[in-house]
Design a protein around this ligand. Structure first.
Ligand code: PEP
Ligand code: MN
Length: 349
């Protein structure tokens, strides 16, 4: 890290910082410019974090060179992480992007859920998604049917040959949920629920970690780091839109650029969720396509058998006929991109 001292920093203040760094095993180099004194420090930042150094009097700014998300960082692991499921489905590493489709909440209508699962399978999707524990802004909104919903999700997925994804809100549900789901989802609101991140880090299930409503990319990757640090390397990131000043036409701002940015700095797979990212049915197809073009490893789409009567997120859910139509074009694009990236690459140079 580089420590820039205040122009008026005293020799004693500078010495105190340098001594502290040396005592903690850092190699330091000191440079005095016309205005600023700068300390270049190389060492282990696990105990001496930039925050600790900025607490010293006379320190103006601490700049980090290496990103603080070590395990999630591509510098440390240049090859893409690929997450493989027992049925051979793979996420990441240039494999064909996966599609996760299903209702926002699993409702008390098994036939409705099954009709979505059948459509998803027909369209080549790999995962059936559906919420059993819903993180709702209002306590008066539908909160999810819990384990009963997970049972239906598993049943519909098994009948159609799909894998399952569902959101976990409480660490005490991990063992129960692992009986029903192939992927645990941590929602945007829990991206910095560190106890939950640690708990899923200690289990062996793949985890989808959604970007928080106001997470910076660095904070997002540091949240993933908590899971990796606790031992679970199967983390799938999900860009699901962020809050901004303009909520006039969309629910969130779909940060498409975060996908190639994250690919540059991290080896973890990243998918996108245009349903929550925009909140608008008509934007799902263009945003899904945009995400695939910039390298997303998959797409998550909310689909409902009767959106007008959905218990949550009906406005952004695709009705089954529209979903099938959208998927035709999404699959075509996805297939073309996959061919260009994997089969034509040998001829391009
Ligand atoms: C969801 O996937 O149903 C959900 C609640 O998503 P998010 O956490 O992105 O809001
Ligand atoms: Mn939803």
């Amino acid at each position: 890290m580089i420590i820039i001292m205040e122009p008026k920093a005293t020799d004693i203040q500078i010495k105190k910082v340098m001594d502290f760094l040396s005592a903690n095993g850092f190699e330091t180099r000191f440079n005095r410019g016309e205005v600023y004194a700068v300390i270049d420090a190389i060492g282990d930042k696990t105990t001496v974090t930039p925050n600790r150094i900025s607490a010293f009097d006379g320190v103006r700014e601490v700049k980090i060179i290496r990103e603080p998300f070590r395990l999630a960082s591509r510098d440390r692991k240049p090859d893409d992480t690929v997450i493989e499921f027992s049925n051979g489905v793979k996420i990441g590493g240039g494999n064909k992007p996966v599609v996760m489709a299903g209702p926002c909440s699993v409702e008390d209508n098994y036939d409705g859920l099954l009709s979505v699962a059948v459509a998803a399978k027909e369209c080549g999707c790999e995962f059936l998604r559906g919420g059993a524990f819903k993180p709702r802004t209002s306590p008066y909104d539908f909160q999810g049917y819990g384990e009963k919903a997970l049972k239906s999700l598993r049943k519909a997925a098994d009948e159609t040959g799909l894998l399952t994804v569902s959101e976990i809100m409480d660490a005490s549900d991990i063992d129960m949920m692992c009986d029903y789901v192939d992927v645990l989802q941590i929602g945007a609101r829990n991206v910095q629920n560190f106890k939950l991140l640690h708990a899923v880090g200690k289990c062996n299930k793949p985890v989808i970690l959604k970007r928080g409503l106001a997470s910076t990319i660095r904070e997002f990757l540091l949240a993933a780091e908590h899971i990796l640090y606790n031992g679970n390397s199967k983390v799938i990131l999900c860009e699901r839109g962020i809050r901004s000043f303009d909520s006039a036409f969309t629910r969130n701002v779909m940060d498409i650029a975060s996908i190639p940015v994250i690919k540059k700095y991290s080896h973890l797979p990243i998918i996108l969720d245009p349903s929550h990212g925009t909140g608008e049915r008509y934007l799902i197809e263009p945003m899904a396509k945009a995400g695939l073009v910039v390298g997303a490893d998959g797409v998550m789409i909310e689909v409902h058998h009767d959106p007008e009567n959905a218990l949550s997120d009906g406005k952004q859910s695709l009705p089954i006929p529209m979903f099938k139509d959208v998927m035709k074009r999404v699959n075509r694009l996805s297939g073309r991109l996959h061919y260009e990236r994997n089969c034509l690459s040998a001829n391009v140079d």
